[in-house]
Design a protein. Sequence first.
Length: 255
Amino acid sequence: MRALFRVGSAAACAVVLAACQSVTSPPAATVPASVAPTAGVTPPAGAAGCPASPYGARSDAPGGTKTVALTFDDGPGKSTAAILAILARYRVPATFFNIGVNMAARPSLVRAEVNGGYAMGNHTWNHPDLDDLTAVQQAAELDEASAQQRFITGTVPCAFRPPYGDYDSTTLRLAQQRRMGVWLWSVDTQDWMAEGSGSSYWVDRITRLAEQEGGALPHPIVLMHNEPIGNPATVSALPAIIQFFRARGYRFVTL
Ligand SMILES: [Zn+2]
């Protein structure tokens, strides 16, 4: 019943909403004056560094043959450095969908992601349910997160993922105006449910979901997390997940 885990499922979103709110509570962070909230919906100048992106949301990894995209949401967090070390060891690219407040709290990890050549994604400033917000509020969520990345690294994200997979036509329009492709996922490892546990139960569960759901698809996008509280089970599962896809001939791509 893979459909149950697809984004857009009301049940799945409700579950994610309840849990993600507890694990992504923003740490206290001071917003630098240079990234003060953007009032309007005018695209920021920095977004010009990204290629044009079509309107709409996608949930299949790009590329012609078998491809897989590993994605890590809600960071940076306690496990980000360990995840980066594993990705480097296996020479695997990945995409990080960062939250603005978490970037402000751990700027050195944002620099490590950019310096490591990983793809950077915008996951809003503080992880709201975007379809509850006005267009101006949504634009501020996108622009503040991009501004934070630019403030730290001098780069801007060219990909966007809406929190909980919830978005509306306004979200898609704002992202397109900012030259950010909107990426959902097709494989939900549900790793956030471990809530900081690194037990073998969670390692096995995350690995099994990634392999069973992902191995059945030609272009899976695998959703994992690196939120502030840490994801030790995700870290432990990651080598096996990488080896699984590599052994089956998948090429690792970024979004
Ligand atoms: Zn998220």
